[in-house]
Design a protein around this ligand. Sequence first.
Ligand code: 13P
Length: 339
Amino acid sequence: MMNREELCKTANAMVHKGKGILAADESTGTIKKRFESIGAPSTPDTRRDWREMLFRAEPAMQDYISGVILYDETLRQSAVDGTPLVELIRHAGAIPGIKVDMGAQDMAGFAGEKVTAGLDGLRHRMKEYYDLGARFAKWRAVIEIDANCPSAACVTANCHALARYAAICQEANIVPIVEPEVLMDGDHDLARCAEVTEWTLKHLYMELFMHGVMLEGTVLKPNMVISGKKCSVRAGVNEVAEATLKVLKSAVPAAVPGIAFLSGGQSDIEATAHLNAMNAGGALPWNLTFSYGRALQAAPLAAWGGKAQNHDATQAAFNHRARMNGLATKGEWNEALEG
Ligand code: 13P
């Protein structure tokens, strides 16, 4: 039976001030690409070694990471010494979570647009994930911007799926991270990103309401309102922070305990600077934190290079990024700290 108290407690711990989420839930295909970029092979063992290094990093895991999103394979893997990886995460005081969607699939009739799959059988899988130690889940919807996108059909279908997923999670006492990602690919400007993000979030909260989702036991994982990567004039840090807060304030109910941004292709320092600027401006209705994949892992991945002898340098790079982002959740980061 759904336990409201447990859900709220988990959701609040995930967005605890000073901490944020490590998104280490790359699918086998995605992690292969990341490893290729450093010339490392992707096997169950190399994936385990890489993730074990991160989950054992001190003090990042104890002080700056509230939870870790895992891929199905990782949730079931053990460290070299036989300790389940889930146990390493829990031992550091962080919460294990699980990516449960089956990826964004091409949407019939809407060329270039996607809808996320994975609802079939989800209710059944959820129980096993809880038994394996997951206390929160993630489902990512992808909304693309171009001259004719997104369509209303794409926004509606994705928000509907997110709401059905969230309801299934809560029934199993797993906190849903609700992730509608408006992509930063393309040449659109800040205003266009703001418009699409506001539309998506408003539709999302209507669907969550329709499906009886208890907002106090959810975490939102949105994109920041940011210029497209190929936009000729890209907005600066303060503009991004202002535009993002404006949209969030108009679309996200204060009942939501926290908002944990994705990095979405921003550079690691950019992602930190934006989060910091939003938190430097004074009190907000929700805690604003990070749920970064690339922006937390790019530097340690480069330091590792797939070589065991770079273990300490890898952990040092991860500790640094985790600390920088931890400071950004309090508006206490500045560029000089990057050394
Ligand atoms: P990025 O921070 O690399 O965008 O990844 C976060 C994530 O989990 C996307 O679903």
